[in-house]
Design a protein. Structure first.
Ligand SMILES: Cc1cc2nc3c(=O)[nH]c(=O)nc-3n(C[C@H](O)[C@H](O)[C@H](O)COP(=O)(O)OP(=O)(O)OC[C@H]3O[C@@H](n4cnc5c(N)ncnc54)[C@H](O)[C@@H]3O)c2cc1C
Ligand code: HEM
Ligand code: HEM
Ligand code: SF4
Ligand code: F3S
Ligand code: FES
Lengths: 243, 655, 249
């Protein structure tokens, strides 16, 4: 840790859509590296000490809320959990593609994901109304774990940004959307049967939009097994389609 | 460019965390129009950070057998060091099982009981526990500090995340209008009636007056007052409490009750779970010496959270901290546990260390420091969640002082609070909004809009070489952690109050370096600053005034709990144009479980000195005098007098 | 439920997907067989003619040609529905994939898993499209020739595939085209199979890195075999396996 400190050059995309005079471009900042330095520390220090107008999003700063996805040297990742020690001296930061730009590094992942949830109706379609005085319905722990595995998505948008199809086709549910479909398909509490899902999943905006570029799987900071999720969806459509 | 507008709704909920959203659902289910404001998309609220779990007395597993709300009540009140409102604690424990089951209905993938043998690691030792076949598939519980039974329901290592996603999905299903990236800057109010809030878009900077019949504040904790010394998210500014404070009539309760967690990863402040010490981790100082062995020969590293935090802070203040360039810290040493154990049982810790410190805990020690974690205090409300002194204003969740946590919150009780309070307060919000009429002119809204605009204009207009807001912020944080932290004493607190008042003064001269159009992040931070400093002053003043030690509030100069003088709740109001809050006190509420030994920590205290009957008699009138609005049901109607006796005798104290 | 498509359409989409995938697989399998058939030239002209003649006499060749042409067309039509229509879009894809790859060693190596270069599959897909386009052109040309060979006496005295025609054609200047076609087809087929396997869930049984290895192995093995074959066809190499038939030309 005590090796001589580097002076980092951080090249950041700058554009404020609210400013009629602004044109997109990049700006470079120099900053001395320090131990345990993450991009969260870098960016807050730039805002606090060099350029107070810099826009970016952090919330949890502990890699669980999904606010801080950005392109770090071309690759979508969570800025808060990226140590500068793992990066070269010159760091390029760009906002995630696909999502609407709010300003500089800040993009509107929130709306995209809310639309996605509406599109796939990402909530439990209850079989019967909740009975407050009954014991909970039973469920095997394995089943629960499988759902949890897919429920772990933090909606950071890294997968979406890395997916070629999601970049080109706005209607595509995207990796995270496909994952959400699978999450509810495997939930025994959800009333939707395979037939109902078939209409949503089996088309170009659903799982057949995916052409297997696999970048989503590789960039997902939560290491969700996305490829297995798509395979699950495909096999489900096959079963539903030829019943 | 249109920079201001008007919006009308039945219910305005400020805060899209668990408490806010659950509350909104209740109102929306009643057919009311609901608008939620949130700084971030709701799913990014800090509720998603909770990993541990949520308490509800279901008693499904062997170690939870025989659990019931009475046990939960006992643990909660003892945990609070008798600072809690016992009627609220009772409502809470009775409702928690329903709340957790409802979440199962909404799709939370709770961990379930696995029949047969299960392996656990308890205090460094592997144990095998056999679960009964008949409980297979029910919600499982885990062990948490300060509870007599295993009671904490959990969804693997992501309980808060799973719950928040389930609840937000319901919010979307119900079609509730959510304005994310939108901040409430001020409440619209007149003559003790709240009519909504002024909202500022964090996309465009545009202001909107949102007129609402009922307004709910559920903005979570204020950890950022402690700057980087907090486990909280960067958005936990406490601005909900601050805008309620700003009205001058709404009091904040028990602001001096601040919980610290011993092991926040340094310098990021990210929580490193207690499980590390449970499994046998050691705390070391700069000399790599296990100071806890000497300080607490009995329990060593496994003493309770507050005790460990105090000894750690002691080390740091005595110059025994290690240096890293970010300030002193201590070490958490897990190396002797071995890589295999770490990777199997403490996987999240390994990940956090890798991602945020770039170290492998099997090879290196982990830099840690006690870190602000939770705020028990907040907007003081009655048992319906209705704020004192302001009709039409409600509060729920961490932002509120409903007050079931008193001076110390138990792990797992705050997630449960958000949902339980969301359900109960949501119901009374809905009832209120249906009963009352939205009846105010746009003139009032315009007045508050003008005030906000003037405030913004003043910030932008100021030039010269005044201090930077970020400098003030970090000064505040340093004062708070060093003087209003874990250890408190009179002289330090006095100093803290006066230094914080300097900060408040500086705030009036600070100059912005960024004046561009749009949301302007620096301006957004500036608009929060004054409110944060006021909260900080209030915490320090409350702590200075409270000359006893209770729960998380520890005064070196007054180390005992003093029930004779201090079995009461601090209320703070901020009258206009002053630099310090006005403090007053009310009884903690009706008392069922008499103050006594908590079962852990110090076994000495100063006795109440009068009978509970005497105490209870005056509660209602004294609280009414402090601005408590009448609740739907009379005070005390939810108490189950003496129910705790059935369990308290079985084992005496918690384990 | 927000219906994105009516039920029959969902089934139709499924069928499209299956047609494009299965036709691709069928073509890939055919290509391996095809390489062995063409590879019979390694044993010399006699072996080649004998094989071609037998297949034609047994009426295996003729229906196969028609079938393959049909598969080829079906695959071309259905698989290309995934190809972005606009040049701008394709460029965008390329930039994205390249950007993804530039992280170099900076990418934290998740959970100790072998660092699997992230951009590879994105680039592979782009190259699959590019090779597909080349195949459309060169493959159609080749198929037309073969159709003429098998069904008309246009080249040579008799109807059918004959070593003499083949050699003449390849030596007469078509070898560069075949070389390109060979490279493209092998790449396209092995990558296609790999992707198909992942898409439908082989990744759950075999690790992706293993599948990727298999894909590379297939690619190189068949390519090398094809190159040797081509070398013989082009006359740069004596048929190395001629001794099998006792020929010594
Ligand atoms: C690291 C960590 C771990 C924890 N683990 C546990 C645990 O295991 N078990 C447990 O029971 N508790 C735990 N807690 C505590 C618990 O998570 C919180 O107390 C609880 O989630 C708070 O919920 P909330 O809804 O009140 O607030 P939050 O979830 O913080 O939500 C606040 C909301 O208000 C919005 N907001 C804030 N200010 C404004 C404004 N001015 N205008 C508009 N919107 C605003 C924000 O955008 C956000 O949506 C943990 C806390 C931390 C920090
Ligand atoms: C006619 C020219 C061709 C074109 C334009 C073409 C194009 C494509 C495209 C764009 C894909 C990707 C489809 C997707 O991702 O869903 C694809 C897949 C595939 N192609 Fe081709 N191709 C051609 C010829 C061939 C040939 C000759 C073969 C066999 C040797 C072949 C084998 C495959 C295979 C196995 C797949 C994978 C199918 C899947 O993933 O579903 N293709 N092709
Ligand atoms: C329709 C059935 C087919 C027949 C009967 C056939 C036959 C042949 C023959 C006889 C040759 C030797 C060269 C020549 O005579 O010109 C050849 C070479 C070749 N063919 Fe085909 N072919 C068929 C389909 C295809 C298809 C669909 C493709 C791929 C798109 C293909 C790709 C190739 C390649 C790459 C070579 C050169 C091989 C090498 O030299 O290693 N063929 N084929
Ligand atoms: S699937 Fe992974 S990359 Fe995609 S949004 Fe979810 S967590 Fe992020
Ligand atoms: S990157 Fe896109 S194409 Fe499929 S495998 Fe992932 S969704
Ligand atoms: S800030 Fe929450 S994931 Fe990075």
């Amino acid at each position: 840790m005590n090796a001589k400190t580097r002076r980092l050059t951080v090249e950041i995309f700058r554009f404020n859509p609210q400013d009629p005079d602004a044109t997109p471009g990049t700006e470079c900042y120099e900053i001395d590296e320090s131990p345990y330095m993450t991009l969260y520390i870098v960016l807050t220090r730039i805002r606090e000490e060099m350029d107070a107008s810099l826009q970016f999003d952090f919330s949890c700063r502990s890699a669980i809320c999904g606010s801080c996805g950005m392109l770090v040297n071309g690759r979508p990742m969570l800025a808060c959990r990226t140590l500068t020690a793992s990066l070269p001296q010159h760091i390029r930061l760009y906002p995630l593609p696909v999502f609407e730009l709010v300003g500089d590094l800040s993009v509107d992942t929130g709306r995209w994901f809310r639309n996605m949830v509406q599109q796939v109706e990402g909530w439990i379609h209850e079989r019967a109304p909740f009975d407050p005085d009954a014991q909970e319905e039973r469920m095997s722990d394995d089943e629960s774990l499988a759902i949890y595995e897919s429920d772990r998505c933090i909606e950071c948008g890294c997968c979406v940004a890395s997916c070629g199809v999601a970049n080109l086709k706005p209607g595509f549910a995207g990796p995270a959307g496909l994952n959400r479909m699978a999450r509810f398909m495997m939930d025994p509490r959800d009333a939707r049967d395979d037939e109902a899902w078939f209409d949503v999943v089996s088309n170009e905006d659903g799982v057949f939009g995916c052409i297997g570029m696999m970048a989503c799987h590789d960039v997902c900071p939560k290491e969700l097994p996305l490829l297995e999720v798509y395979a699950y969806l495909r096999r489900k459509t096959l079963a539903a389609g030829f019943r | 460019m249109k920079s201001r507008s008007l919006h009308t709704t039945d219910v305005l909920v400020i805060g899209g965390g668990l408490a806010g959203e659950r509350c909104a659902m209740e109102a929306a289910a009643e057919g009311l129009e609901v608008t939620i404001l949130s700084l971030v998309p709701p799913r990014r609220s800090h509720s998603c950070a909770a990993q541990g779990g949520m308490q509800a007395a279901l008693g499904n597993c062997v170690k939870g057998e025989g659990d019931n709300p009475d046990w939960h009540f006992l643990d909660t009140v003892r945990g609070s060091d008798w600072g809690a409102d016992q009627e609220v604690a009772r409502m809470f424990v009775d409702e928690a099982p329903r709340a957790v089951r409802e979440l199962a209905h909404f799709g939370v993938p709770w961990t379930r009981v696995r029949p047969g043998n299960n392996d656990y690691f308890v205090k460094g030792e592997p144990v095998v526990i056999r679960e009964a076949e008949e409980n297979a598939g029910l919600l499982m519980h885990r062990d948490f500090g300060g509870t007599a039974k295993w009671r904490t329901c959990y969804a693997s290592a992501g309980t808060g995340h799973a719950i928040l996603y389930a609840i937000d999905s319901e919010v979307i299903r119900l079609g509730i209008d959510v304005w994310d990236r939108c901040e409430a800057l001020a409440l619209i109010h007149e003559n003790g009636r709240c009519w909504g809030a002024i909202a500022r878009s964090l996309r465009t900077g545009e202001l909107t007056a949102v007129l609402a019949n009922a307004t709910v504040i559920a903005t979570g904790g204020y950890g950022r007052i402690y700057g980087k010394y907090t486990t909280n998210a960067t958005i936990n500014y406490g601005s909900g409490a601050a805008i309620a404070f700003e009205t001058g009539v709404v009091p904040l309760g028990n602001m001096e009750a601040v919980q610290f967690h011993p092991t926040g990863l340094w310098p990021s402040g990210i929580l490193v779970t207690e499980g590390c010490r449970g499994d046998g981790g050691h705390l070391l100082n700069r000399e790599l010496e296990r100071f806890m062995v000497q300080r607490e020969p009995e329990k060593q590293e496994l003493a309770s959270r507050d005790v460990v935090s105090r000894h750690m802070m002691d080390q740091i203040q005595n110059g025994n901290g290690a240096e890293s360039g970010y300030g002193p810290h201590l070490w958490l040493d897990l190396r002797h546990l071995g890589a295999e154990h770490l990777h199997q049982k403490l996987r999240e810790v390994v990940d956090i260390c890798r991602d945020f410190a770039g170290i492998d805990p099997a090879q290196s020690m982990i830099p840690v420091r006690p870190t602000q974690h939770y705020s028990m205090g907040g907007i003081r409300v009655n048992k319906d969640g209705q704020a004192y002194g302001m009709a039409g204003l409600f509060a729920a969740g961490e932002a509120a002082c409903w007050d079931m946590h008193g001076f110390n919150r138990l792990g797992g009780n705050s997630l449960a609070e958000t949902i339980v309070a969301g359900r109960l307060v949501g119901r009374s919000v809905a009832a209120f909004a249906r009963r009352e009429k939205l009846d105010t002119g746009t003139a009032l809204a315009r007045r508050f809009l003008d005030a906000c605009e003037a405030d913004i204009a003043a910030w932008l207009a100021r030039t010269g070489d005044g201090p930077r807001i970020y400098a003030i912020q970090s000064r505040m944080a340093e004062i708070m952690i060093n003087k209003v932290g874990i250890f408190r004493n009179g002289p330090d607190l006095e100093q803290a109050v006066s230094e914080l008042q300097d900060c408040l003064h500086d705030c009036g001269h600070a100059v912005l370096h960024s004046k561009g159009p749009g949301m302007n992040p620096e301006l957004s931070d500036a608009l929060r600053l004054q409110g944060m400093i006021r909260l900080a002053i209030t915490i320090a003043s409350g702590a200075l005034a409270r000359t006893e030690s209770r729960g998380a509030h520890f005064r070196r100069d007054f180390p005992l709990r003093d029930d004779r003088h201090w079995l009461k709740r601090t209320l703070a109001r901020w009258p206009a144009d002053t630099t310090s809050p006005r403090l007053s006190y009310e009884p903690v509420g009706l008392i069922d479980l008499p103050p006594g030994h908590r079962g852990y920590g110090k076994a000495e205290w100063i006795e109440l000195g009068k009978s509970l009957e005497e105490y209870n008699q005056s509660v209602g009138t004294l609280q009414d005098a402090e601005g408590r609005l009448a609740s739907e049901e009379p005070q005390g109607s939810r108490m189950s007098w003496g129910a705790w006796k059935s369990v308290a005798t079985t084992t005496g104290t918690s384990k | 439920m927000v219906k994105q498509s009516e039920p029959p359409q969902a089934r139709q989409q499924l069928v499209y997907e299956l047609v494009s995938g299965l036709s691709g697989i069928a073509l890939a399998i055919f290509m391996w067989g095809h390489m062995i058939l063409v590879g019979s030239i390694l044993t010399g002209e006699r072996g080649f003619n004998w094989l071609a003649g037998t297949l034609e006499d047994l009426y295996i060749a003729q229906p196969t040609v028609i079938g393959v042409i049909a598969l080829f067309l079906a695959h071309a039509v259905f698989a290309s529905r995934k190809i972005p229509a606009q040049l701008r879009e394709r460029r965008q894809l390329r930039d994205l994939a390249k950007g993804l790859g530039q992280s170099g060693k900076g990418w934290p190596n998740v959970a100790g898993a072998p660092a699997f270069s992230p951009h590879v599959e994105s680039m592979l897909w782009i190259w699959q499209v590019r090779t597909g386009m080349v195949i459309v052109v060169l493959g159609s040309f080749h198929l037309v020739l073969m159709g003429l060979d098998v069904f008309t006496p246009l080249f040579g005295e008799r109807i059918g595939i004959e070593a003499a025609t083949t050699l003449e054609r390849v030596r007469g200047g078509l070898w560069p085209l075949y070389a390109i076609l060979l490279l493209c087809v092998e790449f396209h087929a092995s990558v296609g199979l790999y992707r198909f396997a992942i898409k439908w869930g082989a990744g759950a049984r075999l690790k992706r890195s293993v599948l990727h290895r298999i894909e590379q192995l297939l690619f190189w093995a068949i390519l090398v075999f094809g190159v040797i074959t081509l070398a013989v066809l082009a006359g740069w190499l004596e048929p190395p396996l001629a001794f099998l038939l006792g020929d010594n030309t």
